[in-house]
Design a protein around this ligand. Structure first.
Ligand code: FO1
Length: 313
């Protein structure tokens, strides 16, 4: 029995998590979701990166939007608009049920892990999906107008403001989710996969939790990242713009440099293979389900080769 831990945020993360879920037995995959994007909106507790993974693994994700559910209706939003409510963050009717029920259960004292586990069970998601922590961590972005909440930047302002700084408020006081930390110490662990998510907003909140970087550095299994940048462009979202504004090289090599010596292996698109010595080249633009599975196989193959080397040392 082996174990693979995937760190996921955003759409790219969920795509590779799906690929991994299709090439691994369910009990061998633990998906750790960023919760820095979480926020309270309309009185509801919203956890976008958990929901994107949950819906994707359940086959319920809205492929066009990249977030929320398929087969959605928008009666709630239309009615909210008619009565002057805030509609910049769009909540479909089916999606709304998840936010309402999550909010009720959190207010009743359940932790986010328990709520997530119950929703996944009910939606038929077999791999374990956990938040990076059960404590409150919120990604905040400093722009020329000062510090704003992530969803305000990302959705309400459509990533227009120039990003000067990013912070993860609450991270220092937060504790990594227990199953996550235990998995990093589990001798069955075969790989830690950093999915092709935005390193700043999807991965670094997880790395910022006390003890995570240390556990990753100490972990016997290889840590493999997949570049979210292909030929200098991000597939989705503000990654490229953000990297440029934060003064980082907008390239697969720039992302690897950002992760530094945390990585044992790195997978880049064929387009970037020449510019990142030592990286493994693959098709990292995941258009089809086969793309997701193939990329998962490449990542796991690299991890097993590296681990094999480590065992031989
Ligand atoms: N992203 C948008 O660009 N516009 C939206 O209206 C929007 C609504 C939304 C509702 C639920 C949900 O789980 C995600 C939603 N997202 C929306 C995406 C969300 O902002 C991003 O998925 C993450 O925060 C970034 O990884």
């Amino acid at each position: 029995m082996s174990l693979v831990v995937a760190l996921s945020g955003g759409v790219g993360g969920a795509k590779l998590a799906l690929g991994l879920s299709r090439v691994l037995p369910a009990e061998e995959l633990l998906v750790v979701c960023n919760t820095g994007d979480d926020f309270e909106h309309l009185g509801l507790s919203v956890s976008p990166d958990i929901d994107t993974v949950m819906y994707t693994l359940a086959g319920l994700a809205n492929a066009e939007l990249g977030w929320g559910r398929a087969d959605e209706s928008w009666a709630f939003m239309e009615t909210l608009a008619a009565i002057g409510g805030e509609t910049w963050f769009r909540l479909g009717d089916r999606d709304l049920a998840v936010h309402v029920e999550r909010t009720r259960r959190l207010l009743a004292g359940e932790d986010l892990s328990a709520v997530t586990a119950e929703f996944c069970t009910r939606l038929g998601v077999l791999p374990r999906v956990v938040p990076m922590t059960d404590h409150r961590v919120r990604t905040r972005v400093r722009t020329e107008d000062g510090w704003i909440a992530f969803q305000d930047y990302f959705v309400r302002q459509q990533c227009r403001p120039v990003v000067r700084q990013i912070a993860f408020s609450g991270a220092d006081e937060a504790r990594p989710q227990p199953e996550f930390l235990a998995a990093l110490r589990d001798e069955k662990l075969r790989a830690v996969v950093i999915c092709p998510s935005n390193p700043f907003i999807s991965v670094e909140p997880i790395l910022a939790l006390p003890g995570v970087r240390t556990a990753l550095e100490a972990c016997a299994a290889p840590v493999i990242a997949v570049s979210p940048i292909i030929a200098g462009r991000a597939i989705k979202g503000p990654t490229a713009k953000m990297m440029a504004e934060l003064g980082l090289d907008v390239s697969a090599a720039g992302v690897a440099a950002r992760y530094g010596d945390l990585l044992d292996g790195y997978v880049v698109d064929h387009a970037d293979a020449a510019s990142v010595p030592g990286a493994v080249a693959a098709t990292t633009l995941m258009k089809t389900i086969e793309d997701r599975e193939n990329l998962a196989r490449v990542v796991l193959g690299l991890a097993y080769r590296l681990r094999g080397c480590q065992l031989r040392e």
